[in-house]
Design a protein around this ligand. Structure first.
Ligand SMILES: *Cc1c(COP(=O)(O)O)cnc(C)c1O
Length: 391
């Protein structure tokens, strides 16, 4: 998809991909099998010689997973895509495919906490150094990129939601001859298409908006055929964190409603963020949609944002009095969720690390689900009055 793309067209794109299926089923069947048999010795030999491409074993190629991969590649305007067992598998395979001991990568600060931990543990042990930069400061990114092999982006970033000019950052990576990778889970392909902005590889935690129903953990990477083939050559089969057929089937189901869900998350979250900003007890709301304008290439906003309470609010009582917003990590499903910053800070970023991911102890992160704006706002105001009585 390119800029100016009308999300309502997505439904027709998905439907076009959808027919015909076995038994004329409107929903594609799950090819839930580990292996595929051959009709003859000759066919098996031709497949092993590489003369014929067909499924052999589900860790390599499975038709249900392939169907999801092709749909996602189309949505991201990419030539190809690969499905992984989790967002973290997509992140680790993407980075490990393009670095070697002694290399340095540059990452925007406040990346997803487990990406930070991957960089600080496994990559460190492989002698790959990571430099963190403020992605809004393009001069600093340019300076840090000298000699770096890879630029790792996430926009907006986890928790503090720093949003970047992704096209400008991709151009900087290209100028330095480095591979650019972006975690696009927050915006989804509906609101940001990084390939069109010049990014090499775009990845998702499909556990979030792509699935949309909080019943899948999986990931996906999209990019040019050459780059995806590079992942397919090593990181994919040998690290082996392959998407399962059942998860792919659930994701195909999720994609059908992605445009509608994203519009609903956007509208409800923007409304609630705006109302929160007007409250006396709130210091700052971190939501890119409240700024004067979105960065170029970001065409909409999702349901995830955070805000910081002024001192004096009993955040524990607030969280405990919410009924529609449940206490829980992850996001991107139908349900509304809250995560208190203080709880996240209770788990160290890494042993002996004081890194905070930019999280303020008085902040909370909300995922605004699909329950309805007014019901959610009532939940928040009821919990706030209960919390001020408790304080
Ligand atoms: C959840 C998340 C991930 C990790 O995805 P998993 O599917 O849980 O492995 C990566 N990036 C972001 C921004 C996330 O929120």
């Amino acid at each position: 998809m390119t800029e100016g793309f009308d999300p309502s067209e997505l439904a027709s794109l998905i439907v076009a991909h959808d027919a015909p299926h076995a038994f004329e089923a409107v929903v594609p069947p799950i090819v839930q099998t580990s292996l595929f048999t051959f009709s003859s010795y000759e066919e098996m030999l031709a497949t092993y010689r590489g003369e014929k491409v067909r499924p052999v074993y589900t860790r390599g190629l499975n038709p249900t997973v392939r169907m999801f991969e092709e749909m996602l590649a189309k949505l991201e305007g990419a030539e190809d895509a690969l499905g992984f067992a989790s967002g973290m598998a997509a992140i680790s395979a993407s980075v490990l495919s393009f670095v070697a001991p002694g290399d340095r990568i540059v990452a925007v600060r406040h990346v997803y906490p487990d990406a930070f931990r991957l960089f600080g543990t496994l990559l460190k042990r492989l002698q790959i150094e990571v430099t963190y930069v403020d992605g809004r400061d393009e001069a600093a990114v340019d300076k840090a990129m000298a000699g770096a092999k890879l630029l790792y982006l996430e926009s907006p970033t986890s928790w503090v939601m720093e949003a970047h000019d992704v096209g400008a950052l991709a151009a900087i990576a290209r100028k330095h001859g480095a591979v650019s990778v972006i975690d696009n889970s927050w915006a989804s392909p509906i609101f940001q298409n990084p390939i069109a902005l010049g990014v090499d590889l775009v990845l998702h935690s499909a556990s979030k908006y792509l699935g949309g129903h909080s019943d899948v953990v999986s990931g996906v990477v999209a990019g040019s055929k050459a780059m995806i083939d590079r992942l397919r050559a090593e990181a994919y089969p040998y690290l082996g964190a392959k998407m399962s057929p059942f998860d792919a089937w659930l994701l195909i189901r999720g994609l059908r409603t992605l445009p509608l869900r994203m519009k609903a998350h956007q509208a409800s979250a923007l409304e609630i963020a705006g109302r929160l900003q007007a409250l006396d007890v709130v210091e700052t709301v971190c939501h890119p949609g409240l700024a004067n304008r979105l960065p170029p290439g970001l065409t909409g906003t999702s349901g995830l944002f955070s805000f910081i309470f002024k001192p004096g609010v009993d955040i524990r009582a607030f969280a405990d009095h919410l009924t529609l917003f449940k206490l829980g990590v992850s996001w991107g499903g139908h349900e509304s969720l809250i995560v208190p910053g203080e709880v996240v800070l209770a788990q160290k970023a890494q042993p002996n690390s004081a890194h905070t991911f930019g999280i303020d102890a008085r902040s909370v992160r909300l995922h605004v689900g699909l329950e309805g704006t007014e019901a959610l706002w009532r939940d928040i105001t009821d919990a706030l009055s209960a919390a001020s009585k408790a304080a």
